[in-house]
Design a binder for this molecule. Structure first.
Ligand code: C5P
Length: 232
């Protein structure tokens, strides 16, 4: 498992995405394609970015009955992405079914990681809306353990949770952490943030960085700064 910086390509069209990626001439960053871009452009955007030589994290957060998720994962495997994800709240059986579906003809498969509780969910909304009364930190760790037991490769979590996830599920269980900001940058709508250097310190395996790179005056320099701080 390699440490890496993943750029969140939160654009609403292929045109904007390629205008952004064209700035990277020497390197091919690992990119995240989320719902906005995928629903705007469909699977062709995945194939095109892959053909340009980028690794891809397809962030579609599947959550449905096990059989449906298994079949959807089989289709995503054919797209040849490097990492994809689902909601741990779909149950451990759903996560196992997802893995059953996630196979390539050569026996390899994309990494599969779970979303525990979204960072937009707080204790109050979890209790009121979802009727889950346990402390949110315990819920996140419980979901992470469920994901590990189901055979998944890791979880998406806040950088503040990464250390505890590793302590609970082992060092090999990978943590993918958004909410990354430069020490001298805007935090925007993210509430709990860490710098790339701090994320390295606490043992994040992959950081997902969007606006600090995509909205920078010089995105390539911002990406290189992230890599330097996070990987060294
Ligand atoms: O622009 P920014 O760096 O905040 O982008 C972070 C990316 O990570 C976005 O694509 C966002 O949807 C995603 N994300 C997040 N927090 C989570 C899960 C995903 O910010 N808990």
């Amino acid at each position: 498992m390699g440490k890496d910086v993943i750029i969140a390509c939160d654009f609403d069209s292929a045109e904007k995405t390629f205008a952004f990626l064209d700035k990277f001439t020497g390197v091919k960053p690992f990119v995240k394609i989320g719902m906005e871009l995928y629903y705007a452009e469909g699977p062709s955007i995945v194939r095109e970015i892959k053909a340009r030589g980028h690794k891809i994290f397809l962030d579609l957060k599947l959550h449905d009955i096990p059989n449906t998720v298994k079949k959807a994962m089989a289709v995503l495997s054919r797209l040849d992405v490097d990492m994809c994800n689902l909601h741990a709240a779909g149950t451990n059986r759903m996560m196992e079914a997802a893995l059953e579906g996630l196979t390539r003809p050569d026996g390899t498969r994309p990494m599969l990681i779970a979303v525990t509780q979204l960072t937009s969910t707080d204790q109050e909304s979890m209790e009121k809306d979802l009727l889950i009364k346990e402390p949110i930190a315990d819920v996140v760790m419980h979901y992470a353990k469920g994901a590990k037991n189901a055979g998944l490769d890791g979880v998406v979590c806040s950088p503040l949770e990464a250390e505890k996830v590793h302590a609970t599920c082992g060092k090999e269980f990978c943590t993918v952490t958004p909410g990354v900001r430069f020490a001298d940058g805007d935090i925007g709508d993210q509430k709990r943030v860490m710098t790339p250097a701090q994320a390295k310190e606490i043992g994040s395996d992959y950081i997902v960085v969007g606006r600090p790179i995509t909205a920078a005056a010089d995105p390539v320099a911002a990406y290189e700064r992230c890599v330097k701080e996070f990987i060294g």
